[in-house]
Write a protein that binds this ligand. Structure first.
Ligand code: FE2
Ligand code: FE2
Length: 283
């Protein structure tokens, strides 16, 4: 596993490289205040429930969506959740955080100026990775399932920014990946100089996400296991790619890596959960 010190060093080195391509401050989305506040408060288990509920209550849009999600069949609870406070008590800090991140991420995808079909493929891939990472984390108990979900959702956020900032140049890189010529990841390194995992890490770092999430975003093409958050997100990315939930398939090395894990029996339950989960974001 890559040490967090090394990850932070890579982020420091990547920032000036990214600045040569586009203006980081101007171009990277700044996190909505509600997101940074919720990430900060829910990272500390001793935060009073009322404080988290107060922040949510200040954002009527987020709050309404949160109640709708909480009462949906997918998250069904034994009784109806009717206030932000009840939602926090019943769902817990980690689930509230992953729900807020999913709403903010969906909004950023919708507002993105990138080509709609590519943006939609990327959103679906991210959602699929999130759902499967959560299933693996629940089964293995090696990391928090909600943390796995939100990291899966954000792992390729760097790609969305490349699509917005580089337009056709990046569209062409993704198209060649789709043709199976060369992985987008390898072409980003050689043609842009920076690859999407490190760009995602720079964003997550700017958004003050916890270290383990930053680590998992940066390392998602380098780590693959069942024993850590970063390994699980890396494995979920390969698994959903093998099921066609991405721009391209797997290369030989990735296929070999994935085959070391016996995941076939999870295919059916995954597709079922993914469809149910995707429907949550469609209304
Ligand atoms: Fe990726
Ligand atoms: Fe991915």
């Amino acid at each position: 596993m890559i040490a967090i010190k090394e990850i932070k060093l890579r982020i420091e080195e990547a920032e000036p490289q990214i600045s040569e391509i586009f203006d980081i401050k101007e171009s990277l989305p700044s996190p909505p205040l509600v997101l940074t506040k919720i990430v900060e408060l829910t990272s500390d288990p001793s935060t009073p429930v009322g404080k988290v509920a107060d922040v949510l209550a200040m954002e009527p849009g987020i709050c309404a969506q949160l109640l709708r999600l909480s009462n949906s069949a997918y998250y069904a609870r034994s009784r109806t959740v009717s206030s932000a406070r009840e939602a926090v008590v019943m769902l817990g800090f980690h689930m509230i955080r992953s729900m807020v991140v999913s709403m903010v991420a969906k909004d950023l995808y919708e507002k993105s100026s990138s080509v709609p079909e590519l943006r939609d493929t990327l959103w679906e891939h991210s959602l699929a990775t999130a759902v499967f990472a959560r299933m693996l984390a629940t089964r293995e108990r090696s990391c928090n399932p909600e943390e796995a979900y939100l990291t899966g959702l954000l792992h390729d956020f760097g790609k969305l920014i490349f699509l917005e900032q580089l337009g056709e140049v990046y569209t062409e890189i993704l198209a060649s990946a789709e043709d199976g010529m060369l992985h987008a990841y390898a072409r980003e390194k050689s043609e842009i100089g920076v690859a999407h995992p490190i760009l995602g890490g720079v964003i997550a770092n700017n958004w003050l996400f916890p270290d383990q999430i930053i680590h998992a975003i940066v390392a998602h093409h380098e780590e693959c296991s069942l024993v850590s958050l970063s390994g699980i997100v890396g494995l979920a990315n390969l698994f959903v790619t093998s099921l066609d939930h991405n721009f391209s398939g797997l290369d030989e090395h990735e296929r070999e890596l994935l085959n070391q894990f016996d995941l076939e029996e999870m295919e059916g339950p995954f597709e079922e959960q993914f469809e149910a989960h995707r429907a949550l974001f469609e209304s």
